[in-house]
Design a protein. Structure first.
Length: 498
């Protein structure tokens, strides 16, 4: 980076010294607009031309040198960030084999995603206390990390789409971007702790967390009533995705209750470090309980909006069917078009009948309408409502179970987010894939505390949700189990104690 800065400074210096002279030449030797030429005017013009011819290549060369040096330095820095396996192996470092590099890329994506999610959650508590302006540098750090992570996920999707043709460079770039994201968050961790100043006085943070806890506790009870109402108004499939979320919210709140109580007790005893750990764990549980409750409320709103949008979507779809029957068929075989039309007509008639008979699933009805319209080249605008819901649903599931969810589900979710405004129907497909993959990972992970009465205080959910790092089932039940609670920061700082 010193080389880049030096070259760039040199280029700027050349421009600063020489360009004023060029400007002066132009202002001091203006050629009069007349038909009469003079030797003096001609000489002045030749001097201007020779000076400009000399300066412009010099400036261009300096700028090119600066850019090249910066690119070289950036490549060198990136190369150093993701070669831990070969560090210290001697002058002839051997890159890891492709399968190991692939595993490293997956691990990097999961770790970076966890860091971003945790940092965003704790940032929400701090912003609630100090305001948006006070946390602006940390908000910017999270945005930077999110951008790097988004690019890494897009590269991973490219790799997954064509694994046989993909190069090692893609995996290298994935790791490098994840490292950049984590490093930026790590760089802000100390300043973040200084702003919170929990070691000096955590009373404000505790009160703020307790207020959010009480509000959420009331909302959880209301969410139970909302869920029961959804079961009566719609088909069972309509609320299946949130069927257990009220119970999971209560589980996180049980853990938060324990954490808040122990944080106060530890603070009163002067055990500041322990108080900070309990507070951060409680905040993480409150944030995830809110995700569960928000999911129920969001689904209720989405189902109502979908039911209202369905009649217009059906009208759009039927108009597309009529247009498809009348348009020229040179673009595709007649038989194929007729098949699409017949399938669309049958599906649209069935959807109308189900909606009239009730109860039904409005979101699934919109999805079916969109699917049969796509081959006809017309997708109802209401499909964006479906895609937003499925993407938010997958995001909530992954975020609250991130201790178990691997890179593949997270990659599909990132692709759904990327396509949400460009191609809602495709985004919906990726979001549903993300949920299916996440559910598979959660089933494979299981419950490490099943059947153990001393762990009925929400610890298992905290580990599954990534609120606590690791899995220490033999720890005493009156202390934090599962390892340190995570906090704002990257891989090097998010498990800090105190």
């Amino acid at each position: 980076m010193r080389l880049a800065h030096t070259a760039l400074g040199g280029a700027i210096g050349v421009m600063w010294l020489v360009l004023p002279g060029v400007t002066a030449d132009h202002s001091d030797h203006e050629v009069p607009v007349s038909a009469v030429g003079s030797a003096h005017g001609t000489a002045a013009q030749e001097d201007e031309t020779s000076t400009g011819d000399l300066v412009l290549p010099l400036v261009a060369a300096g700028t090119a040198t600066a850019v090249a040096a910066y690119a070289y330095a950036r490549r060198r820095r990136r190369a150093r960030t993701h070669t831990p396996a070969t560090a210290g192996a001697g002058p002839a470092q051997v890159p890891p084999p492709a399968p190991e590099l692939d595993r490293q890329a997956r691990r990097s994506l999961v770790t970076a995603d966890d860091c971003v999610r945790t940092s965003r959650e704790e940032l929400g508590f701090v912003e609630g206390l100090f305001g948006a302006e006070a946390v602006a540098p940390f908000t910017e750090a999270v945005r930077y990390a999110e951008a790097e992570l988004s690019a890494a996920f897009q590269l991973r999707q490219t790799y997954d789409d064509n694994p046989t043709d993909a190069s090692r460079d893609i995996l290298d770039e994935i790791v490098a971007r994840c490292v950049d994201a984590g490093r930026r968050l790590d760089a802000e961790a100390a300043g973040f702790d200084q702003l919170r100043a929990l070691e000096q006085d955590m009373s404000g943070a505790l009160r703020h967390a307790e207020v959010r806890f009480r509000e959420l506790n009331g909302r959880t009870g209301a969410a139970g009533s909302t869920l029961a109402d959804l079961g009566e108004r719609y088909a069972p499939t309509a609320s299946f995705s949130v069927s257990g979320q009220v119970e999971q919210a209560k589980d996180r709140l049980v853990f938060a209750t324990t954490g808040l109580n122990r944080a106060r007790q530890s603070a009163d005893l002067g055990e500041t470090d322990r108080a900070v750990l309990h507070l951060r764990a409680a905040e993480g549980a409150i944030a995830q309980a809110e995700v569960f409750v928000d999911g129920v409320d969001r689904l209720a709103s989405a189902l109502a909006a979908a039911a209202q949008a369905l009649p217009e979507a059906l009208d759009e779809a039927e108009a597309a069917v009529v247009e498809a029957r009348e348009r020229p068929t040179a673009e595709e075989p007649v038989g194929a078009l007729e098949g699409h039309v017949r399938r669309a007509e049958a599906t649209l008639a069935a959807v109308r009948e189900e909606a009239a008979a009730g109860p039904y699933d409005p979101l699934e009805a919109l999805r079916r309408v969109a699917e049969v319209c796509a081959p006809l080249g017309a997708v109802p605008g209401a499909v964006r409502l479906v895609a937003r819901g499925s993407t938010a649903d997958a995001d909530g599931l992954i975020g609250t179970h991130r201790g178990a969810v691997a890179a593949e589900a997270r990659t599909r979710l990132a692709e759904a987010r990327r396509l949400l405004d460009r191609d809602p129907a495709e985004a919906d497909t990726f979001a549903r894939q993300a949920r299916e993959l996440a559910e598979r990972d959660i089933r494979a992970h299981g419950n490490p505390y099943g059947g153990r009465p001393e762990h009925t205080n929400g610890v298992a959910g905290a580990v599954l949700g990534g609120i606590l790092l690791g899995d220490l089932p033999d720890a005493r039940p009156d202390t934090l189990t599962g390892g340190a609670p995570v906090s704002f920061g990257g891989p090097a700082t998010r498990a800090r104690r105190g």
